[in-house]
Design a protein around this ligand. Structure first.
Ligand code: NAP
Length: 396
């Protein structure tokens, strides 16, 4: 029997997830000056005794903020940040491997802020397949040194700004992908932590109509979707086939192609149960990959956006002179592959479409995990069955 989503179910996928009644916090305020929370201004005097006591917690995973040395703060900054802690809760791995290498650590140093960076109190973070591949060691040649606090996507509140930060200020609600180059030296201090330090240029103000969970799921996926479309020269009146239309990236490629770039026709692939979702996002043609081979269809496309790793088949589905952009797997000419560059300007460009509801975040109905269940969230994304995004919320 063909199992399809009802329209109600499809809209549930886009908008509905349970949030605590206190959510969203309109303005984040620092209230944690408890026993374990020492003022950051005392870091130099107390860090050695602190790390020797906390090292009994997990000695091989000690992560020091000093490994990302920052310029000295101005006296103004120091007085502003007097209430910030210097240790935080974070997920950390000290070796590459399966989900079991992930360890919870309640005394990771809060990262120091470089002059072009802001410190964000993380409210929600999202997982991407790159988090899993990085943890498995697939990019170890170009990775930053272990131990690693994983996490690319963040939505949160600015709690400190570096001396060269121009536009952002404390209290701003922001979102972004914290790693400018996904595979080249991604930060040692990621977003699966209470705090993360990020260059201002990688961030944008959070769209006003979205909560932190919705915003956290967007940056890496929507920047990839947008950059890939631009790289194919996609423009109004062109047709596109999206392979993996129900994933984090593909669900946004469909919407951007249709509602921002002005596609003449959008086709997309998924398994049977997700076809209605594809249509609700703007697909004119939803192809069930369990029943049909897209390359055997008589219709050909100006662009195929391959978000699954089927470039050899994708090149058979383009018109003469068409383009195939591939995110993963082997590339068959004329297909090409790129790796996303994080860029806050893309988020700023897309924000109006998010705020007017033309582009909607897609969060997997089972895809919201509390901070304590980060390993379960990794296991879920690694099934390769998630619909839209997997988000970590709440974060302590
Ligand atoms: N190069 C870059 O810069 C870049 C950037 C972002 C992502 N990526 C890569 O791009 C890929 C997609 O990322 P993502 O975040 O969108 O992944 P994702 O959200 O984890 O994708 C999960 C989706 O894949 C679908 N799927 C599985 N097999 C399929 C098939 N044979 N045909 C069509 N859909 C299929 C599943 O739908 P069903 O349940 O219906 O099968 C599921 O909804 C990953 O490999 C990721 O690493 C690369």
């Amino acid at each position: 029997m063909e199992a399809t989503l009802t329209a109600t179910t499809a809209s549930h996928l886009i908008t509905s997830h349970t949030l605590p009644s206190t959510f969203p916090p309109r303005k984040f305020s620092l209230t944690f000056l408890g026993n374990q929370r020492k003022p950051i201004s005392t870091l130099k005097q107390t860090s050695s005794s602190s790390s020797s006591s906390s090292s009994s917690h997990s000695p091989h995973l000690r992560v020091s903020a000093n490994s990302q040395a920052a310029p000295a703060s101005s006296s103004t900054e120091t007085s502003k940040v007097a209430s910030l802690p210097y240790e935080m809760k974070a997920w950390v791995y000290g070796e590459y491997g399966g989900v079991d290498v992930l360890k919870f650590d309640s005394s990771v140093s809060v990262p120091q802020v470089k002059e072009d960076q802001v410190l964000i109190k993380v409210v929600a973070a999202a997982l991407n397949p790159v988090d899993a591949k990085r943890r498995q060691g697939k990019f170890k040649a170009t990775d930053s040194p272990l131990p690693t606090v994983p996490g690319y996507d963040v939505a949160g509140v600015v709690v400190k700004v570096g001396s060269q930060v121009k536009d952002l200020k404390e209290g701003d609600e922001v979102y972004g992908d914290i790693n400018e180059k996904a595979l080249e030296g991604p930060k040692q201090f990621g977003s699966l932590a209470e705090f993360t330090a990020v260059e201002e240029k990688l961030l944008a103000l959070k769209p006003k109509n979205l909560d932190f969970v919705q915003a956290a799921g967007l940056p890496l996926a929507i920047e990839t979707a947008y950059e890939g479309l631009e790289r194919t020269g996609f423009s109004a009146g062109k047709s596109i086939l999206v392979l993996n239309g129900s994933g984090g990236v593909g669900s946004l490629v469909i919407q951007l192609a249709k509602h921002v770039f002005g596609a003449s026709k959008v086709a997309a692939t998924s398994s049977t149960g997700k076809l209605e979702l594809l249509k609700s996002l703007g697909a004119d043609l939803a192809i069930d990959y369990t029943k049909e081979n897209f390359e055997d269809l008589p219709e050909k496309f100006d662009v195929v956006y391959d978000a699954i790793g089927q470039c050899d088949r994708a090149v058979k589905a383009i018109k003469d002179g068409g383009s195939v952009v591939a995110l993963t797997g082997a590339v068959t000419p004329p297909g090409f592959r790129f790796v996303v560059t994080s860029n806050g300007d893309i988020l700023k460009k897309i924000n109006p479409y998010l705020e007017n509801g033309k582009i909607k975040p897609v969060i997997d109905p089972k895809g919201q995990f509390p901070f304590s269940q980060v390993p379960e969230a990794f296991s879920y994304i690694e099934t390769n069955r998630a619909t839209g995004k997997v988000v970590i919320y709440p974060i302590p």
